[in-house]
Design a protein around this ligand. Structure first.
Ligand code: AGP
Length: 612
């Protein structure tokens, strides 16, 4: 997904734009560009590759001006190249556009505009917007933009500027996120909050179908037809430092270490230990519906989908409520059976994942009560939900999700506890016991993080592996999936998560001395069977990396010198996934670092997938 920054005010625009794009680079990074009004002329500079290439070009040949837009690209149409990099311009060169999303009807529009004489120079869908607005331009960029937007089909977050209207930015949203940053005598438009935290904490989050008209001293939001929209300013508590690396080599490592704090912050103010109660007060309108909930459907993608799988265990075992899990991208194709007794829980770090939003809307349209578990206040998912359970993980910049994932598990645990108490399926005493176990987790996480050195040493011998198999049972099976996803998405080594009991039904054929097998061994239920699975792997010459809770004498008896044990403290089964996940994050991180991968911005990925 692309990153967009627009600026108008007293500062040099290029500095603000580059600074903002750096904080958005996790959204997409195969090419970048800026356009600035410089001495009355609109000047573009674009480069292929990472943002640093653009910064180097601008350092060599600066662009002065106080009004401009910039963009980092994650290619959808047209290969990554300077020519296809945004901003794109019209025939006159006076109008530019930066865009995130997909214009689905760009081909017929392009054919019509070419027939009118417009000359296209790129393969992108975005260039159509510049020429369409040009074809409708009669001296007012705002009017031409509104007319053009009515003809566009698909998803867009875009910003337009025109040489003949200095100081005017037009922003529009349909799908991918867009925020307006409110400054003193300056205003900003961007794809996401972290881009602008160094300049303001006051934001307006655009809704679908809304247009922002932004000038140095004003920012107004209206519907596409011009109907004014009441100002919805949100003050974002995140401080700019949180969105920085803080001395860590990568954002991902910083965010791995921020997990104890993220869990504490997600618990803060929401638990009553003495009374054995949970206070998730921000559920708003949904709180009343919780009492009538008969079943829960959990909707998410990627790592958030793994959190949903753990959520199923928590909801069924704590609240005794049936729960099912669906991929956002699959849910709406199965004619889901949803009714008024259904609670639809959309789980998303960004709150902008198109597949999750589409599934969530489908569930709500069929009568479900929609609740969001989300890390970004004001994001689309939170604005469409009847109630939101925010994860207070702070900005997560690394593309590979870590602290947001464990915070999602905590939020889902709180939801399960609240649901159990509301429905009377969980006693205050039992709730108190679960809460006690949950409050111990941050401290236990800090202990687990002590295994980093061991994970780093292990990584040395794993960097040449071609495959990994991750095995877990019960509530730890989703953690095996999550560990495998971390490994493959940042090291580019194939990794597969599997329910351990299923290994004998096929994957066991993969086992040989070259295949590292990561096994999750909790205490208590399922441990004996996991030990048997480890023996099955050893009997076929496999190499085992055991993430092991508690004492390991039974395990050591079956392991060899070349195997490894990453220890985690014992915890209540419900909360043990919060601990088991950390060594897997660290292992994937160090294998990726040793493999020389771009850990924070892995190839082909984006932090928030805002296209379906
Ligand atoms: C996780 O490491 C990945 N970056 C990806 O699977 C991510 O979890 C998925 O795209 C969902 O994102 P969301 O939580 O913002 O909806």
């Amino acid at each position: 997904m692309c990153g967009i920054v627009g600026y108008v005010g007293p500062r040099e625009a290029v500095g603000v734009i580059l600074d903002g794009l750096r904080r958005l680079e996790y959204r997409g990074y195969d090419s970048a560009g800026v356009a600035v009004l410089s001495d009355g002329a609109l000047v573009r500079r674009r480069t292929e590759g990472k943002l640093q290439n653009l910064a180097a070009s601008l350092a060599q040949a600066p662009l002065a001006g106080r009004f401009g837009v910039g963009h980092t690209r994650w290619a959808t149409h047209g290969r990554p190249s300077e020519e296809n990099a945004h901003p794109h311009t019209d025939c006159s060169g006076k109008l530019v556009v930066v865009h995130n999303g997909i214009i689905e009807n760009y081909l017929p529009l392009k054919a019509r505009l070419q027939a009118q004489g417009h000359r296209f120079v790129t393969q992108t869908d975005t260039e159509v917007v510049a020429h369409l607005v040009e074809s409708l331009y009669q001296g007012s960029l705002e009017q031409a933009a509104r007319a053009a937007l009515r003809e566009l089909e698909g998803m867009y977050a875009l910003v337009l500027m025109h040489q003949d209207e200095p100081g005017l930015l037009i922003g529009a949203r349909q799908g991918p996120p867009m925020v307006v940053g409110l400054g003193q005598g300056e205003h900003f438009i961007a794809s996401d909050v972290p881009a602008l935290l160094a300049y303001t904490r006051d934001f307006v989050f655009l809704d679908d179908g809304e247009v922002a008209v932004v000038r140095e001293g004003s920012a107004t939001i209206s519907r596409l037809d011009g109907t004014p929209v009441p100002q919805r300013t949100q003050r974002i508590a995140w401080d700019p430092v949180q969105a920085e690396k803080g001395g860590y080599r990568h954002f991902m490592l910083k965010e791995i270490y921020e997990q104890p704090r993220a869990v504490r912050d997600t618990l803060l103010g929401r638990i009553g230990l003495e009374q054995g109660e949970v206070h998730v007060d921000e559920l708003g309108a949904a709180a009343e519906a919780l009492k009538r909930v008969e079943r829960v459907t959990l909707l998410a993608c990627g790592t958030s989908w793994h959190a949903a799988l753990v959520g199923k265990f928590l909801l069924e075992q704590i609240a005794r409520v049936p729960a099912e899990v669906d991929y956002g991208s699959e849910f709406r194709y199965r004619q889901p059976l949803i009714g008024p007794g259904t609670l639809a829980v959309g789980i998303s770090q960004s709150g902008e994942t198109a597949d999750t939003l589409a599934a969530f809307r489908e569930a709500v349209s069929r009568g479900a009560t929609g609740v969001a578990v989300c890390n970004v206040q004001g994001s689309m998912l939170t604005r469409e939900a009847a109630g939101t359970l925010l994860t207070h993980a702070g900005p997560e910049i690394g593309v590979a999700s870590t602290k947001a994932f464990t915070s999602q598990l905590v939020a889902l645990g709180l939801l399960a506890l609240q649901l159990g108490r509301l429905k009377g399926t969980l006693s205050a005493e039992a709730c108190r016991e679960h809460l006690l176990g949950l409050t111990r987790i941050p401290h236990l996480m800090e202990q687990v993080l002590g295994c980093e050195k061991q994970a780093e040493e292990l990584a040395r011998g794993l960097v040449h592996a071609t495959d990994f198999l991750y095995l877990g049972r019960g509530i730890h099976y989703p953690i095996a999936l999550e560990g495998a996803l971390k490994m493959k998405e940042i090291s580019y080594i194939h990794a597969e998560g599997y329910p351990a009991g299923e290994m004998k039904h096929g994957p066991i054929a993969l086992i040989d001395e070259r295949l590292p097998v990561v096994a999750l061994l909790p205490r208590g239920r399922g441990r004996d069977k996991m030990l048997s699975n480890v023996q099955e792997v050893k009997a076929r010459g496999g190499r085992v990396i055991a993430v092991n809770a508690g004492a390991d004498d039974d395990l050591r008896a079956v392991l060899e010198e070349r195997d490894a044990v990453l220890p985690v403290p014992e915890a209540e089964e419900m909360w043990s996934p919060l601990l088991m996940t950390l060594p897997l994050q660290l292992l994937a991180y160090h294998v990726a670092v040793r493999a020389g991968r771009d850990v924070d911005q892995p190839r082909n990925l984006a932090k928030s997938v805002t296209v379906e």
